[in-house]
Ligand binder design. Structure first.
Ligand code: BEZ
Length: 211
């Protein structure tokens, strides 16, 4: 199954390192970061899961909840968490789904057989409070993700959800944003009281509205 932007994120119930949970119940009204990794006790995954744990507070501040998935068992995840704590300085502090039956992996298309036949690749799904998929990322097993980038796109998605703006190339939190071309100059002056600079009629920059 291919999940596309705007699709409703499928719900599931699964065993995790924090007990059996329903995905939708776990998310509640929060944003969700659902990410898969290929296998327990592997080097890249160990660094990634430690980094997600270290940055958990930054996700919480953004009303976002983390949940990981792999096709190993919960028992295996629990054992591996000790290694993550030992080598990364912090253990798992968010649920990691034990998906031995590949139920979640197949539901979200996390297995890419031409890359790895037997395990999930590195996918990321950012899901809005409306349970719609807002962003997807897919990395091969040998390339670790950049958690800073995931926080950056979460910030961009949240600003876009609250204001009629887009974010330009290389945008990071605090930079100017782009006013939607659908908004007239007159309306933009009301909506963006900090003012705007029009480089072209379709390219108008305004200071980040929520800063
Ligand atoms: C890793 O996490 O290092 C890894 C996992 C599966 C395949 C290749 C690398």
């Amino acid at each position: 199954m291919t999940i596309q932007l705007g699709d409703t994120a499928p719900d599931f119930t699964a065993e995790t390192t924090e007990g059996r949970l329903s995905f939708y119940d776990y998310l509640g009204e929060s944003w969700g970061i659902l990410f898969s990794h290929p296998a327990d006790f592997t080097p890249v995954c160990t660094t990634e899961l430690g980094e997600f744990a270290r940055r958990k507070e930054q996700f919480t501040e953004r009303n976002a909840k983390l949940i990981g998935v792999s096709v190993d068992s919960v028992e295996s995840h629990r054992g591996w968490s000790a290694d993550i704590a030992e080598t990364q300085g912090i253990g798992l502090n968010y649920p990691l789904v034990g998906d031995e039956e590949r139920t979640v992996a197949n539901l979200y298309g996390m297995i890419h057989p031409k890359a790895i036949e037997t395990a999930t690749v590195r996918t990321v799904f950012i899901i809005g409070p409306d349970k719609k998929v807002k962003l997807t990322l897919t990395y091969p097993a040998n390339v670790g993700r950049n958690v800073e980038e995931i926080i950056r796109v979460l910030d961009a998605l949240q600003i876009g959800a609250h204001y009629s703006v887009s974010t330009p190339v290389n945008w990071t939190d605090g930079d100017d944003v782009i006013i939607s071309p659908a908004i007239s100059d007159d309306d933009a002056m009301i909506k963006f009281p900090k003012g705007f600079t029009a480089l072209k009629p379709y390219l108008r920059l305004t200071p980040q509205p929520n800063k």
